[in-house]
Design a protein around this ligand. Sequence first.
Ligand SMILES: Nc1ncnc2c1ncn2[C@@H]1O[C@H](COP(=O)(O)OP(=O)(O)O)[C@@H](O)[C@H]1O
Ligand SMILES: [Mg+2]
Length: 369
Amino acid sequence: MSSIAIKGVRKAYAKNAVVHGVDLDIASGEFIVILGPSGCGKSTLLRMIAGLEEITGGEIWIDGKLVNKMEPRERGCAMVFQNYALYPHMTVAENIGYALKVAGVPKAERAARVAATAKVVGLEAFLDRRPAALSGGQRQRVAMGRAIVREPKVFLFDEPLSNLDAKLRVAMRAEIRRLHRRLGATSVFVTHDQTEAMTLGDRLIVMNGGRIEQVGTPAEVYNRPATRFVANFVGSPAMNLMEGEIDRHGIFTLDAARRIAIPNAIESRLVGHKVTLGVRAEAARLVAPEAPGALPATVDFVEELGAGRVVHTDLGGVSFAVAISDPVAPGTGEPVGILIDPADVHLFAQDDGRRIDLAAPQAALDPAA
Ligand SMILES: Nc1ncnc2c1ncn2[C@@H]1O[C@H](COP(=O)(O)OP(=O)(O)O)[C@@H](O)[C@H]1O
Ligand SMILES: [Mg+2]
């Protein structure tokens, strides 16, 4: 097991900077997930840890050793990719044992390690098959076996499940977690899929445009997104976001008919400023259009999810989703009311998109004042 410390790591291809100073500490034995949209620099970061890509600036430490100048094979990392490229003419056993053969490990030891690995990934019955005679999930397990057999200190997973169908993906996620519990090796798992990230990670690193936006448990990231980007990227449906102004009464105003009183806003620096207001679909409630305090909206369409449904509405020109559990949903074009509890509201600065937490005004905190 190994800890990883990433300090101010940057990467530029020619003059094009793609990773802009990433700082991250990964504890020994931890399973972390790096989540971000395609092109945000996830693979580049992973490849820099593995030593497959030179770093432009900063430091990478593995197990207390500076590895900037170390060859990939000296770093003790094993990578599992989306395109696992097994050798088609080799059996499962030969595929798993290939790296050991290349490293000159004696035949008997090789066979023992391949057998032990096959057991870990559940491929004992398939050791003599060739990749063409395996399912997608079995091939992915061979790829994982190839990584495990080398007994790496660190596992680096680069979207290894993206090519699998939805059901298999869920099963493989569970397998990867089980594997981690069993082997305890430090693992970094990269994905663009927020559901995968939420279900896999002890800790989530959300990246965007070559920078870390937030580090936290899945619950922290979901419940207290640090930026507008995270709010929008994590969660399905995405958090509802609307741009408006906080007026001098501390009321968020989308338009004349759609206003939400924000607790503590009146004392804050936000008065008179534009902000982005966010509300999760499950935090909002669908009510009759004439209900007191309801914001008027019109139903666009209803998304059936089996266990519940999401009503997509037009809220004064902004699309706004409400999750409901009622068996009956309103129809397209119907007027509805949306009720938002101010306690469920998230605020983000208009300029840099950072989360704004309003402190209670001093007077309320200090009864003597
Ligand atoms: N070898 C390369 N040469 C030039 N640009 C690259 C190279 N590899 C990646 N990039 C660029 O770096 C950025 C980050 O890429 P990547 O790390 O692969 O993103 P992700 O894995 O998050 O999808 C992208 O804009 C990509 O085009
Ligand atoms: Mg990638």
